[in-house]
Ligand binder design. Structure first.
Ligand SMILES: [Zn+2]
Length: 233
C-alpha cells in the first residue's frame, strides 16, 4: 500500500479542478497537497498535459524540495511550494495558476482593490501584489526565492497567512493556499473572479472608490466572525 496514496489522490483531484474551472490552459499552474505527519507534499509532475495525469503520477517531495517518491520530475514551481510549507505551519495545500485576470493585475504590479462585497466576503484588504523579484533572486535559485518573496512580503505588509490566503507575485501571477486542498482551489478561483470584477469596475468607472469600511466589516464577519450566520451550520 502506497502510504502517499491519499495525498496523491487529493493532489490529482485538485489539479484536475483547475482546467475544469477555466483557470488553466495547457500545463500552466499546479496544486500541491501536504501530509504534515509524513513531512512531504504531493505535486503535479512538470510539463505533463492534464489529460495524461493520474493520481500515481503525482510526485512526492519533502519540505526542502527533495523528491521522495515518484517516477517523474516534479513541477518547476516545487521549491516555491516547499518554502511556503516550511515557513507556514498551518497550510496543507497550495494552488498556483496563470489565470487571465489575476495575472493581468500581477503584470500591472497592482494590488486588487477591494471594490465590492464579493471581495469582502473573503478578505478585508486589497489582494496584495508582491513586487517583482530582484535580479539577484532571479539569477539565483529562482523558484526558491519566489517562495521567500511571498513570505517576506506578507510579513512586511503585516498580513496573517491564515487570514489572507492569496497573493499576486508581480510580473508573474497568483498563488493561494489553505488548510485543505478544496479551500486552496476555491481561493485561487475566488482570486480570479474578484480580479475580473475589479478590472471591469475600473473599466466602467476609472474613479471607483474602495468599498466602505462598514460594508467590509459586515460582509467579512457575516462569514467569518464569531457571530457568523452565512450558510448552513
Ligand atoms: Zn507560474
Amino acid at each position: 500500500m502506497d502510504r502517499f496514496a491519499q495525498i496523491r489522490q487529493s493532489a490529482y483531484d485538485s489539479n484536475m479542478q483547475l482546467p475544469k474551472l477555466g483557470l488553466i490552459i495547457f500545463t500552466f499552474g499546479n496544486v500541491s497537497v501536504a501530509d504534515r505527519n509524513l513531512g512531504v507534499f504531493a505535486i503535479k509532475p512538470s510539463g505533463v498535459p492534464y489529460e495524461l495525469l493520474t493520481p500515481e503520477s503525482m510526485v512526492i517531495v519533502d519540505f526542502k524540495g527533495k523528491v521522495v517518491d515518484g517516477k517523474l520530475r516534479p513541477s518547476s514551481d516545487t521549491l516555491t511550494h516547499a518554502v511556503l510549507y516550511q515557513q507556514w505551519n498551518n497550510i496543507n495545500a497550495i494552488a498556483h495558476t496563470h489565470s487571465t485576470y489575476a495575472t493581468a493585475w500581477a503584470q500591472a504590479l497592482r494590488d486588487v482593490p477591494i471594490y465590492g462585497t464579493t471581495h469582502a466576503d473573503h478578505l478585508t484588504c486589497d489582494i496584495p501584489c508582491a513586487p517583482p523579484m530582484e535580479d539577484n533572486m532571479i539569477g539565483g535559485n529562482y523558484e526558491y526565492e519566489t517562495g521567500f518573496q511571498i513570505v517576506n512580503y506578507m510579513k512586511w505588509k503585516e498580513l496573517n497567512y491564515d487570514e489572507v490566503e492569496m497573493i499576486l507575485v508581480g510580473s508573474h501571477g497568483p498563488f493561494a493556499w489553505a488548510h485543505t486542498p478544496e479551500k486552496a482551489v476555491y481561493n485561487i478561483a475566488v482570486l480570479e473572479e474578484v480580479a475580473k470584477m475589479a478590472y471591469l469596475t475600473e473599466r466602467i468607472q476609472p474613479h471607483s472608490s474602495r468599498l466602505k469600511e462598514t460594508l467590509i466589516r459586515k460582509h467579512y464577519e457575516r462569514k467569518h466572525g464569531p457571530g457568523s450566520y452565512y450558510g448552513q451550520k
